[in-house]
Design a protein around this ligand. Structure first.
Ligand code: WTA
Length: 654
């Protein structure tokens, strides 16, 4: 609550400059309000018109929306298109020689790819996939470093109608296995090794480890892009080099013509229960959301050089690296490395070098770069920038102001974009030529997004009061279902409490008297660590899978760079360890979680107790654990606690 209070005391407001407003795609509040009214009054034709304007259709749709099987909504469903055709081919007549991708490698080498070159690469690789028998509807896992080939792989899947499931390159073998298994993937596309911050990442070895685990029999082929000189263990008949697969393949590949509602991809994300959910997106609705929000929120201009720093392993890298910018024919920077290598000025030097106009990154990156060199941006010429953006978590006003003044030189609007893996595209964010920004607020919904804040009964709350963030009408880029679990989809996102009518985002939020949205955080057991969603249950299951562990409870605690850090309370099967023993086991368990899920899920802090605090009915008192994790005085009523003596144990760090 204290962060919320401090945020709500924020009264600074930054309208766009006259110059920015004049040149903007959506120019001024009147234009924004007109669009919102259009959407309110003629919701379906509003989206139908946008779908005709933004998408190139092989066969036009005759029906905009179908809710006969709610909440499994359909959009434009008798329309036929191909997403890769929309991202690449349609730019060729006028812009074949326009740069699509400016790739900067970890070591600093720069490669540029035109739309024509991208087209040829995607087609060759698509033909290669087809030569392996991969077809429309097949699932393909992509486990790649942040290189051009990751985008080629995604686009090639889209081209042949295969459903990609990108797994972030930092996830472990266990996480790769779970995703392969859940989706029944027929192939994995990976690299021998990745390169990040001067170090190699053993991607192929991790895939090998995953495939050696039980339940991956569906995988027939592993395609390996050779990124480094490092070798790779080879399984004959299963593994094939990328360069061998594409050798001699035609540079043309007729797209597979898809129905609007055919799935484009699955992307797994954490939820309240142990198992990540496969968020399934459609072809046309998703593309429309990504393309149109890119145009509006980033006020896209043909001469822009756009740079979104997200990895393709996350939804941001799907919508604002792979699909949105390409669908608009934009030029964008792709970066393989990390912001701190070779030093903490990497972002700033790259903005200068590539004359980036639009820069989109995460609050956690901004906070860590402030720490490592708040004055570093001043050593670079950042005058090419005209717009900045953030995503992934609430940004604290101090970091916002630094971003605005030091990086943006006080002249660039900041678009704080609220959205989710499930929404597919930005939902609440300022249209920068219209909406005045306020540090820490994602401001107002995009036209066509009917967002509200409601109480348990679904009734809107007064301004200034917190509640559940909901979206009251389905929209084209909304998740279609959870792969293989329609029931969970319905229960999680369209709960009966709201008569199955509202999309429940899982965030709590607050609105000020100007209608601006302020996101407070998750309402479920999901943590937001460095802008990445992690389910507490997922980490608990990983801990309990360790032979030493009897029981575990995981909570978050505030962290000044990561936003939130993972704290685990652990009960061992043996005695409660102390001293060096405790240190040793804590390190072992941290490594275990990194190995089971990935480094991002690693607890910062592990506390051992003989037991966990439980009510007499056996429920773990999580609120109490959160207070303990923060080092707060315990103010909760502990009279119902079964075992009060363990509190002092859990307060002790290792
Ligand atoms: C949080 C990332 C505040 C939120 C695109 C949401 C934000 C979750 C913002 C989704 C923002 C995202 N301000 N909070 N601008 N953007 N979030 O699925 O809790 O990785 O529910 O999608 O991140 O995370 P996801």
């Amino acid at each position: 609550m204290s962060t919320l209070e401090s945020i709500l005391k924020e009264t600074r407001s930054f309208p766009p400059s006259d110059e920015f407003r004049r040149k903007a795609t959506v120019s001024g509040m009147e234009a924004y309000n007109t669009l919102c009214e259009e959407a309110d009054d003629h919701y379906l034709s509003f989206w139908g018109d946008l779908a005709r304007e933004m998408i190139s259709w092989k066969k036009p749709f005759s029906r905009v929306f179908d809710d006969s099987n709610a909440p499994f909504f359909k959009w434009f469903d008798d329309g036929v298109l191909n997403v890769s055709h929309n991202c690449i081919d349609r730019h060729l007549p006028l812009n074949a020689n326009k740069i699509a991708l400016i790739f900067e490698a970890d070591g600093g080498e720069v490669t540029r790819l035109t739309y024509a070159e991208l087209y040829h690469r995607v087609c060759q690789f698509a033909n290669g996939l087809k030569s392996l028998g991969i077809q429309k509807g097949d699932r393909v896992v992509i486990y790649m470093p942040m290189v051009v080939e990751a985008i080629v792989a995604m686009q090639a899947c889209a081209r042949i109608g295969a459903i990609h499931s990108v797994v972030f390159g930092g996830f472990s073998a266990g996480a790769v296995r779970d995703r392969i298994q859940d989706a029944g993937a027929v192939a994995v596309i990976t690299a021998n090794e990745g390169l990040r911050g001067g170090k190699t990442v053993p991607l192929k070895a991790t895939v090998d480890e995953a495939l050696a685990l039980e339940g991956c029999d569906s995988v027939k082929n592993v395609i390996v892009y050779q990124r480094t000189n490092g070798g790779a263990h080879w399984v004959e008949g299963r593994d094939i080099w990328w360069h061998k697969l594409t050798e001699g393949q035609s540079e043309h590949c007729e797209p597979e013509w898809m129905n609007a509602e055919d799935p484009l991809f699955i992307l797994y994300t954490s939820g309240s229960t142990g198992k990540p959910k496969g968020i399934q997106h459609s072809s046309a609705g998703y593309l429309l959301g990504a393309a149109n929000s890119f145009r509006w929120v980033f006020d896209y201009k043909p001469n822009d050089v756009f740079w979104c720093t997200a990895d393709v392993g996350w939804i941001t890298g799907h919508s604002y690296v792979c699909y949105g910018p390409l669908a608009n024919g934009a030029t964008q920077v792709i970066f393989e490395g990390v912001p701190t290598y070779p030093d903490a000025s990497r972002f700033w030097s790259m903005i200068e070098k590539h004359k980036v106009t639009t820069f989109y990154t995460a609050p956690t990156a901004i906070r860590s770069l402030i720490k490592l060199g708040a004055d570093l941006p001043k050593q670079y010429d950042l005058s090419s920038l005209r717009l900045l953006g953030t995503v992934g978590e609430p940004i604290n006003p101090e970091a916002w102001m630094w971003y605005y003044e030091v990086v943006g030189g006080g002249r660039c609007p900041i678009v704080d974009t609220w959205w989710q893996t499930e929404t597919g595209s930005a939902m609440i964010a300022p249209l920068p030529g219209a909406v005045a920004t306020k540090p820490g607020s994602c401001t107002l919904p995009l036209p066509g997004v009917i967002a509200d804040i409601v109480d348990e009964s679904g009734a809107p709350v007064e301004p200034g009061r917190g509640g559940f963030l909901v979206i009251k009408k389905p929209f084209p880029s909304l998740v279609r279902t959870i792969w293989g679990d329609a029931d969970r989809f319905k229960k999680t996102y369209f709960p009966e409490e709201f008569n199955g009518q509202y999309y429940l985002a899982g965030d709590s939020a607050n609105r000020d008297e100007n209608g601006y949205f302020w996101i407070m955080g998750r309402i479920d057991d999901v943590l937001n660590v460095s802008g990445h969603r992690l389910g507490t249950m997922e980490i608990e299951s990983a801990l309990v899978a360790n032979p030493l562990v009897a029981e575990a409870a995981v909570v978050g605690k505030p962290h000044d760079v990561k936003g939130e850090a993972v704290v685990a309370f652990v009960v061992l099967k043996g005695n409660r360890p102390e001293g060096d023993d405790a240190k040793k086991i804590a390190t072992e368990l941290k490594n275990w979680v990194a190995h089971e899920i990935g480094k991002i899920a690693q607890p910062d802090d592990i506390r051992f107790g003989e037991n966990l605090p439980k009510t007499r009915s056996g429920k773990i008192m999580r609120r109490l654990l959160r207070s303990i994790a923060k080092g707060e005085e315990i103010s909760q009523d502990v009279s119902t606690l079964e075992n009060p003596h363990i509190l002092s144990q859990l307060q002790q760090g290792v």
